[in-house]
Write a protein that binds this ligand. Structure first.
Ligand SMILES: [Zn+2]
Ligand SMILES: [Zn+2]
Length: 167
């Protein structure tokens, strides 16, 4: 692992392409494919090598739009936990950022529907340092349909009154 990476930060400030893919002394492609550079090639063996390395760099740096774009190619917006398609899908760190899952490649990302993502976040907040709560299949979705129960009307009146006071 490269020392400039911060596994606990969503965005790798100051990380450059050169940090991840330095020019190689043995005259092979900087992407690591092993192909020998020839002719006018100075760093990359092919356009594909350069393009893939750039994408990898952007993912590790924490570029959300690139992460979402690449994850969508893999999962197509389908939740990896419940299998449901959600147009508001979330790009989730499998090992969370607070547990050192940042600065990662696409391997540490998964698509979650907004429901499953909310549950995972809740579970993580409740039990610190435990990303496997979610994986263990603990069902945290058993909430009453109305959080206010039979006192809903009382509650909404109360909210209205409060709103007036605040305004
Ligand atoms: Zn290459
Ligand atoms: Zn889901």
């Amino acid at each position: 692992m490269i020392s400039v990476l911060n596994q606990y930060s969503r965005y790798q400030r100051g990380l450059s392409m050169e940090d991840l893919f330095p020019k190689r002394e043995d005259n092979t492609c900087a992407c690591g494919c092993g192909n020998l550079l020839y002719g006018r090639k100075r760093k990359w063996y092919s356009q594909t090598c350069m393009h893939n390395s750039l994408t990898q760099f952007q993912i590790i740096k924490g570029d959300t739009s690139v992460i979402r774009e690449e994850l969508f190619k893999l999962d197509g917006g389908f939740c990896r936990s419940c299998g449901v398609y959600d147009e508001k899908w979330q790009a989730d760190h499998i090992l969370s950022v607070s547990e050192g899952g940042a600065a990662c490649s696409l391997d540490n990302f998964q698509t979650l529907c907004s429901c499953c993502h909310k549950e995972k976040t809740k579970a993580l907040n409740r039990i610190p340092n435990s990303s496997d709560v979610f994986a263990s299949g603990l069902n945290l979705s058993k909430f009453p349909l109305s959080p206010f129960g039979t006192n809903y009307n009382t509650f909404s009146k109360h909210v209205k009154r409060r709103t007036v006071i605040i305004a």
